[in-house]
Design a binder for this molecule. Structure first.
Ligand SMILES: [Zn+2]
Length: 297
């Protein structure tokens, strides 16, 4: 399946641009299906044309002090809502700790409650790491990739792939699962935070994990751990949470961050060191709380 079109360049008026940017920050990088439909009608464009024109808004959220390569990605969720994402790099840390734009957008859709995605628009070809990350999606075979005005099915980007089923895992990322009994909730964390831990995706190590970032003005941002059958493109919860903060137009800086909390499973813990490494990349002592959950999953 290959289709291409001469994509229209939309000249958004200044107040339109400001409105889109403001909406994205208010919703942690989401535009509703209703708003998208309204924009399509207003500018008389297809969804693909609109997505292509919105990619620069996604790339504006990029934090890339190492590469200066600003990736913007937009996921179309099963609901029709759009979820934005951008790459996130950490100075003076292993390059393997970075968050890719596609991971950011997919994690964003997941954190907003989507259980499937139909399309991913990107402003640069997905790297091999991201192709493997996308392959973990339960709906991977049905995802279209919009790149340079062309739409290709994801399968064309990753033939002869290795994925969850090869390890006997029939669920896949974005499968909606609550893994933990409510009785296991530690009293130190909120129900919302516990639900993030419970719905994280750790079919291989069983280390259910989530990270919460609290800002001094009372905002809360979450990230969920997302493992991968190939292991290495797994997404750590802190990076996912920082991405949510950045998509809200904020910065991870001393005057903003009240507390970072990591919750993971006792006796399996594999996120503490990577979390500490990312926190060390910032030029201030980040307030940090660590909570272990005990379960017999
Ligand atoms: Zn990538």
């Amino acid at each position: 399946m290959l289709s291409s079109s001469t994509l229209l360049k939309i000249n958004f008026a200044t107040n339109q641009t400001l409105e889109i940017k403001s909406l994205l920050k208010d919703t942690k990088g989401m535009l509703s299906a209703k708003y998208i439909s309204w924009l399509q009608n207003k500018y008389n464009v297809t969804l693909d044309e609109l997505l292509t024109n919105l990619l620069s808004f996604a790339a504006d959220f990029s934090v890339a002090p190492i590469s200066n390569f600003h990736v913007g990605a937009i996921v179309v969720g099963g609901s029709g809502n759009l979820y934005f994402g951008a790459n996130l790099e950490f100075k003076n840390q292993a390059l393997s700790l970075v968050l890719h734009g596609e991971q950011s957008a997919i994690s964003n859709a997941w954190l907003h409650g989507e259980s499937s995605i139909s399309k991913l628009a990107i402003n640069a070809a997905p790297c091999g790491y991201c192709r493997q990350f996308i392959n973990e999606l339960a709906c991977a075979q049905n995802v279209d990739i919009l790149l340079n005005g062309k739409v290709l099915n994801f399968k064309q980007f990753l033939p002869m792939s290795f994925g969850p089923k090869d390890l006997g895992n029939n669920l896949g990322l974005l499968s909606s699962v609550n893994n933990l009994e409510l009785s296991l909730k530690p009293k130190e964390i909120s129900l919302t935070f516990f639900e993030q831990v419970s719905s994280s995706y750790a079919p291989y190590s069983k280390n259910l994990a989530s990270c919460e970032i609290r800002t001094f003005d009372g905002q809360v941002f979450y990230g969920r751990y997302a493992e991968n059958a190939a292991y290495s493109p797994s997404l750590s919860p802190l990076q996912a949470a920082i991405s949510q903060l950045v998509l809200s137009g904020r910065e991870f800086i001393k005057k903003e961050i009240e507390m970072v909390t990591l919750v993971e499973m006792a006796n399996i813990e594999n996120q503490l060191n990577v979390t500490k490494a990312v926190l060390k990349s910032y030029d201030f002592e980040v307030p940090f709380t660590y909570i272990l959950l005990t379960d017999n999953i």
